[in-house]
Design a protein around this ligand. Sequence first.
Ligand code: ADP
Ligand code: MN
Ligand code: MN
Ligand code: MN
Length: 337
Amino acid sequence: MVYRAEYIWIDGTEPTAEIRSKTKVLADGDDPGIWGFDGSSTNQATGDNSDVVLQPVFQCPDPIRGGNNILVLCETSLTLDLSPHPTNTRAAAREALKKYGDQEPWFGLEQEYTMLDPVTGWPAGFPAGGFPAPQGPYYCGVGAVKIRGREIVELHTGWCIDAGLAISGTNAEVMPGQWEFQIGPVDTVTVGDHLWIARYLLYRAGEEHGLEISIAAKPMKGDWNGAGMHTNFSTNAMRESYEAVEKAAQSMGAPGKPEEHLLGYGAGIEDRLTGAHETQRYDQFSYGVSDRGASVRIPWQVAQDQKGYIEDRRPNANADPYVVATLMTNTCCEALA
Ligand code: ADP
Ligand code: MN
Ligand code: MN
Ligand code: MN
């Protein structure tokens, strides 16, 4: 008998990397080993030296195929010496966790996304060529007038649970056709592993129902919310003391830090961080309790409890979770060390 391993990796598409996957059929009892692919077709190599190595690093049950089939998330490496490929952002997340693992960094990511008609590119729930009623009733809305695509959300959530991912919730968002799911809290590396697999499953759920999933940061220009990936973060010290919570928030505003972080927070960040639509401007840094117009929010409950976590509201929906988690781990844990 045989089973199937779906090898999943992150490509070199610019400015936003995309997911690729291919299937390997294995004899029962055989482990999925190292594999490779044509990097000249994924912006990861040139045609004359095209092989890129796939190194399995995380695997889970394949909830789509079921049975003993699995999903295999891979890091990409160079054939030369098996060192990380330049587009392999997980390697730096591993380093950050190795350096600061004693502080037990935890992440909870809020992945927002938009469902699009694959032919017109228009969001699901927008009338053909036109616009729906203004934002207001759609966030956490219920009912056929307000909601499109819930069948995809339900399918996706079930798949994530069956795969054993740390999915912690979902909600309809402020713009029609826009939704969110949350992953966490888990460590600096695991949050990226689970989020990339969850994105893969989401795109596959979209295929089943004929809708394209977009993680574009500002899919509709004008008076429509963008799509972010709010990043909730804590360390063992922050989970014990409010002083550490404030210190972490302040560390992200230290000279040079906002600029450094924004470079890793996704393509088109200036288009989304306008200062409107529950964002702070990209060229200003602020933090505050309950403030959804700040760069970094300290949730009300955290101020109440005098311990907990912070929310960096700046990362775009199209950011790479490994890059975001690496930046926050290094900046905050260095300040808290
Ligand atoms: P919001 O109110 O901003 O919409 P959500 O409920 O969507 O918040 O997301 C909150 C996220 O924070 C969840 O993914 C949750 O797992 C995560 N979270 C909760 N506690 C912690 C913590 N101590 N450290 C890091 N993340 C946390
Ligand atoms: Mn949320
Ligand atoms: Mn949200
Ligand atoms: Mn949030």
